[in-house]
Design a protein around this ligand. Sequence first.
Ligand code: SF4
Ligand code: F3S
Length: 135
Amino acid sequence: MLQEGLYYGVAGLRSQVATRSDAKLLILMTYVVTESCIKCKYTDCVDVCPVDCFREGPNMLVIDPDECIDCTLCVPECPVEAIFAEDDVPDDQKEFKALNAELAKQWQPIIERKPAPPDADQWTKVKPKKNLLER
Ligand code: SF4
Ligand code: F3S
């Protein structure tokens, strides 16, 4: 019920922002999936998102920045700590802000958790692996 209230509250704000000329006064943040997700793709994050804003690619997920309501629920769910508030994305991961926005428009929604790739645990500590992102 709390999540539902939060959703409708923020959804209402979003629609107001879209129609108000002083929209710049109210800026909602988004969360960003970063490199650690690549080839891990545990999908624990999907189960807790109240607005279903995760999108699925071949070997990672991204968050649609136009849908995220900044609830923070997904952050502690990720076993590899791949998710950051956009203002807290580490310097070496900043490109993932644009990548989440771009790929969210190309990939399909994922609304239920699914089994991780069989070799996911082997990739949890591997870095860099940006070059392994499949689109
Ligand atoms: Fe979904 Fe995470 Fe955004 Fe909350 S913070 S709306 S759980 S993506
Ligand atoms: Fe990726 Fe973590 Fe979600 S590995 S799929 S961001 S739980």
